[in-house]
Design a protein around this ligand. Structure first.
Ligand code: PLP
Ligand code: ZN
Length: 401
């Protein structure tokens, strides 16, 4: 006679993930993680992954996770892939949290850091999200994946799809940095260059997906990319000894990292992994030439208006409207954070400054966080002794034409 409890226990014997299901972020509908889902068909909102956090809290020691070998997958309990044979790993995760002494001195800050995501495979943090999404696609038996991209997501999808033996099709604006186009092709993906923006690419990819059965990995139109990106939040908590920094400054395009980290903080809090209840104030940075989140935040709106004629050298920020705009705005407000727009000229001079003072060749998107920081110091929104973390989301090398 097997007790109910031991049947429960058995659920986890061959699984490392405590994945429980998918919750719609817009209505109350729930979906099964055993089936392939995109977004909620009832209300067109993003589906977010739910885990059995109570069981993790009872059975998993957060300190043990630190002893495991490096990389994103050491957080397997809070990742959506059940069987480790499906982890598609290229070295993503465990990026350094670097103290910025020179810049800190220059700006009058005593606790300034950068989380340097540029060392991820394919040179950007897109690797994290696509590692999770492609691995889960593989687990669900999906054979071909499609993505519209402002650049780095395409390269990352191509890499993980190649390693997982999935077919890859990518739509990107024709003025995307050449490195993104070339790397995608080298890794076996078919690349279609679009005369337009990521939003136009998104429309075309969506139609193609419907017509030919490709699985669409567009930001927030499937549930799993955000799960990979949320691990940045877990790594930060661990680096700060299970207390969180005061401020996180994050370059926001689709918003996956911002929403993901906020989700991670909530999960950790529920599992009792955090030493105190302090949460970071989240800052979304955008370019003046494409700042839908900043505009909606300042106007007190719950959704973004589509930004017309989007233009910026920070191609990852050239997103006229995120599919998850409501979640981004909700999270910014819940965190008592803010949103800042910076000019291309200013972010490029921040890129020089990061290089000159700290030896970091940041992507323009990452450099934009430094420009935003300077504005926020000037406005006294940030105090000299606060712990501030900038996110350098990619390497500047990918933007050389
Ligand atoms: C995609 C991208 C961003 C924006 O990321 P989201 O999480 O989608 O907001 C920022 N920086 C770089 C380098 C990117 O490739
Ligand atoms: Zn819904």
């Amino acid at each position: 006679m097997v007790s109910k409890l031991s049947i429960r226990e058995n659920e986890y014997i061959n699984t490392s993930s405590y994945l429980q299901g998918l919750d719609c972020s817009g209505c109350t509908k729930q979906y099964s993680h055993e089936q392939i889902h995109t977004y909620c068909p009832e209300c067109q909102s993003t589906l977010l992954v739910r885990y059995d956090l109570k069981s993790i809290s009872n059975r998993v020691d957060r300190a043990e996770i630190k002893m495991r070998s490096n990389g994103m997958w050491r957080w397997k309990e809070v990742l959506p892939v059940k069987d480790p044979v499906n982890f598609v790993y290229l070295g993503e995760g465990d990026t350094p949290l670097l103290r910025l002494h020179n810049l800190g001195k220059d700006l009058g800050l005593t606790n300034l850091y950068v989380k340097d995501e540029s060392i991820n495979p394919t040179g950007s943090f897109k690797a994290r999200g696509l590692a999770a999404a492609v691995s889960k696609a593989k687990e669900l038996g999906i054979e071909k994946v499609i993505i519209p991209t402002a650049g780095n997501a395409g390269g990352a999808m191509a890499a993980y799809a190649a390693r997982a033996n999935l077919k890859a099709l990518i739509y990107m604006p024709k003025d995307t940095p050449i490195a993104n186009i070339e790397e995608s092709r080298k890794m076996g993906a078919e690349v279609i260059l679009v005369d337009g923006l990521i939003s136009d690419a998104g429309g075309m990819a969506g139609e193609k997906a419907k017509a030919e059965g490709w699985f669409d990995l567009s930001t927030f139109k499937e549930p799993y990319r955000v799960e990979g990106k949320k691990i940045m939040g877990y790594e930060l908590a661990e680096s700060f000894n299970w207390s969180l920094p005061d401020v996180i400054i994050y370059p926001t395009g689709g918003g996956t990292g911002l929403v993901g980290m906020w989700k991670a903080f909530a999960e950790m809090e529920e599992m009792g992994w955090l030493r105190d209840s302090k949460k970071p104030r989240m800052v979304a940075v955008q370019a003046e030439g494409c700042a839908p989140v900043v505009k909606a935040f300042e106007e007190g709106l719950s959704y973004c208006d589509f930004w017309t004629d989007a233009q910026t050298v920070a191609s990852g920020l050239r997103v006229p409207k995120s599919f998850a705009d409501k979640i981004i705005l909700d999270d910014l407000r819940a965190s008592k954070g803010t949103a800042v727009a910076v000019s291309d000229q200013a972010l490029l001079s921040s890129q020089d400054k990061l290089g000159r003072l700290e030896g970091i060749f940041a992507a323009p998107e990452g450099a934009a966080t430094l420009t935003a920081l300077e504005k926020l110091i000037e406005e006294k929104w940030i105090q000299p002794d606060e712990q501030v973390v900038l996110f350098n989301t990619g390497t500047g090398l990918k933007y050389l034409n």
